[in-house]
Design a protein around this ligand. Structure first.
Ligand code: IMP
Ligand code: MG
Length: 166
């Protein structure tokens, strides 16, 4: 086990406290990146003290499956217009950074009032593009991890803790 349920819950509470403080009572639109972020977003949203609304996106890279070309498309787009809103992208894990970098640029173009990113996990050693999240739960080594929303071939998302896949 890499991170226990207790460690995760403590971190989620701390992140929610910090984010709620930074947005100081303003409504925040949380945008969850499917599928991995759904459990983190559910817990984070319930710990926040500012009003929140929620929406989700799903992204897929196209072109070669094995190579991260950085070219991505929405397989599920937002249902909410972003113009004038305070928006927080909620991601499970940042690896190469390609997904978040792309999503950030796409959403920025829709003219939100502010756009920030929270990721529960960050593997900075794997980064291929220069991208930093505004809020990071845990920085971890270059392991493949599962649980708490994270999968391997769709398995293990429902585990309460986070494990290194052996
Ligand atoms: P990036 O575009 O390389 O930053 O990849 C981010 C996406 O890859 C995440 O949203 C996850 O879906 C997936 N991913 C990266 N590392 C892991 C891992 O250790 N476990 C499970 N999924 C991962
Ligand atoms: Mg995944």
């Amino acid at each position: 086990m890499l991170l226990s349920e207790r460690q995760i819950q403590r971190k989620v509470k701390a992140l929610a406290r910090k984010i709620s403080k930074d947005f100081s009572g303003q409504e925040v639109l949380l945008i969850g990146v499917l599928k991995g972020a759904f459990i983190f977003m559910a817990d984070l949203a319930r710990e926040m003290t500012t009003p929140v609304k929620m929406d989700f996106v799903r992204l897929a890279s196209y072109g070669s499956e094995t190579q991260s070309s950085g070219r991505m498309k929405f397989t599920k787009d937002l249902e909410t217009p972003l113009r004038g809103k305070d928006v927080l992208i909620v991601e499970d894990i940042m690896d190469t950074g390609i997904t978040l970098n792309h999503l950030y640029q796409c959403l920025k173009a829709r003219k939100p009032r502010s756009l920030k990113v929270v990721t529960l996990l960050d593997k900075p050693g794997r980064r291929k593009v220069n991208f930093q999240a505004n809020y990071v739960g845990f920085r971890i080594e270059n392991h493949f991890v599962v649980g708490y929303g994270l999968d391997c071939a769709e398995e293990y998302r429902n585990l309460r803790a986070i494990y290194v896949l052996k």
